[in-house]
Design a protein around this ligand. Structure first.
Ligand SMILES: Nc1ncnc2c1ncn2[C@@H]1O[C@H](COP(=O)(O)OP(=O)(O)O)[C@@H](O)[C@H]1O
Ligand SMILES: [Mg+2]
Length: 314
C-alpha cells in the first residue's frame, strides 16, 4: 500500500488537489482519500456528505473525513484506561489529576492525529492500493509527521529507564524475596522481568507501531508528499520552510503544485524563483473562473494535475 500526503497552507487548494489525485488514480487503483483536516471540506468538494466511515464514491474510490474531536476524546480515554490499568495500585498518586493535566497538555491533537493515521493505514492495508491524505494546515501537519521520529527517541530512553527500574527491583527481590501486596482485595506483585512487565510491553508495542509509520513515511517506494502552494511570495516562504522540515524528516517530496496560476508576469517570475529555490519540478494549475466543486469539475481539474507523477514507484 502507498500513501500520498497533500500538504500546504489553508486555502491554497489542498483538498481540491487531493480530491483530483484520488479521482484520477482511482481509474487504475483502489483509492481511499482521507481528510485529517479538522476544518473538513472534502465532502463539499465532492458534493457528498462524508463521515468517519469510508464511503464509496466510485467503483474504486472511497472517501472519509475523520472526526478529530472524537479522535482526541478516544485518544484521552484510551490513555486513561492504560494508565489506570498499569498504575491503578499507586493509590498515593492521583490518577484523575494526571488525566486532567494530560487533557490540557500541548501535543494531544498531534498524537491523536498520528493515532488516527496509523489506524487508517493499518486497516487499509490489503484493502486499498493508495491512501491520499488531505492534511491539516502546514504547522500541525509537520508536527504530526515529526512525531514518529521524536517518539522513537523518547521511546528508546524510556525503555532504558524501565530496564533500570526492573533490574533494581530484581536486585531487591533477590535480597528480600518476592514482594506482594493486597489492595482492595486484589493482590499485586511488582514485575521484575521485562517479558512480564506491562509498562515495558506497552512501550515496545507503541514503538513498533510508530516505527512502522516512520518506515512508511520515509520510503520513497511507498510514500510521496504533494506540496501545494499559490503563486505568491508568502506561499513560497511557507513552502520553503515546510520542505526543509520534510527533508529533515527524510520524507520523499514529489513535484510542487502551483495552484491558482493566473499567468501574470509577476507570477511567472515567482514560479521561476520557486523552481530554483525549491529544487523540485513544478506543475502549474490555472486559476479557474469557477471553483472546481463536484465530481465533474474535479475530473476536469485532474487533467491539469497529472496525478500519476506523485504515485510512489516501487
Ligand atoms: N485552480 C483553482 N481555480 C479556482 N479556484 C480554485 C482552484 N483551486 C481551488 N480553488 C478554490 O479555492 C478554495 C480553496 O480550495 P481548497 O481545496 O478547499 O483549499 P484547502 O483545502 O487548501 O484549504 C475553494 O473554494 C476551491 O474551490
Ligand atoms: Mg481543505
Amino acid at each position: 500500500m502507498k500513501t500520498i500526503f497533500v500538504v500546504g497552507k489553508g486555502g491554497v487548494g489542498k483538498t481540491t488537489c487531493a480530491a483530483a489525485t484520488a479521482v484520477s488514480l482511482s481509474k487504475k487503483y483502489d483509492i481511499l482519500i482521507v481528510s485529517l483536516d479538522p476544518a473538513h471540506n472534502l465532502g463539499d468538494v465532492f458534493g457528498s456528505s462524508l463521515s468517519g466511515k469510508a464511503k464509496s464514491l466510485g467503483s474504486r474510490l472511497w472517501a472519509m473525513e475523520v472526526d478529530m474531536e472524537r479522535a482526541i476524546r478516544d485518544y484521552l480515554e484510551e490513555s486513561a484506561r492504560k494508565l489506570k490499568g498499569m498504575y491503578g495500585y499507586l493509590k498515593a498518586i492521583n490518577i484523575e489529576g494526571y488525566l486532567d493535566t494530560i487533557r490540557l497538555s500541548p501535543g494531544i491533537e498531534e498524537y491523536a492525529t498520528l493515532e488516527e493515521m496509523e489506524k487508517i493505514i493499518s486497516e487499509g492495508e490489503g484493502r486499498y492500493e493508495v491512501i491520499v491524505f488531505d492534511t491539516p494546515p502546514t504547522g500541525l501537519t509537520l508536527r504530526v509527521l515529526a512525531l514518529p521520529k521524536i517518539s522513537l527517541i523518547w521511546g528508546e530512553r524510556l525503555v532504558k529507564l524501565r530496564k533500570d527500574i526492573l533490574s533494581k527491583r530484581l536486585a531487591i527481590e533477590k535480597i528480600e524475596g518476592e514482594k506482594k501486596f493486597v489492595l482492595e482485595g486484589r493482590e499485586f506483585k511488582l514485575s521484575t522481568r521485562e517479558e512480564k512487565d506491562e509498562v515495558m510491553r506497552e512501550l515496545v508495542t507503541y514503538m513498533s507501531e510508530v516505527g512502522k509509520v516512520k518506515e512508511l513515511q520515509t520510503d520513497s517506494r511507498r510514500t510521496a508528499v504533494m506540496p501545494v502552494m499559490n503563486p505568491d511570495r508568502l506561499s513560497l516562504f511557507e513552502t520553503k520552510r515546510a520542505l526543509d522540515t520534510l527533508a529533515s524528516l527524510a520524507m520523499p517530496i514529489g513535484a510542487i503544485v502551483v495552484n491558482k496560476y493566473g499567468g501574470k508576469e509577476e507570477e511567472n517570475a515567482l514560479v521561476a524563483k520557486a523552481e530554483k529555490e525549491l529544487g523540485k519540478p513544478i506543475r502549474k494549475i490555472p486559476l479557474l473562473e469557477e471553483e472546481p466543486v463536484g465530481m465533474d469539475a474535479i475530473e476536469q481539474f485532474s487533467v491539469f494535475l497529472k496525478a500519476e507523477e506523485w504515485l510512489p514507484r516501487g
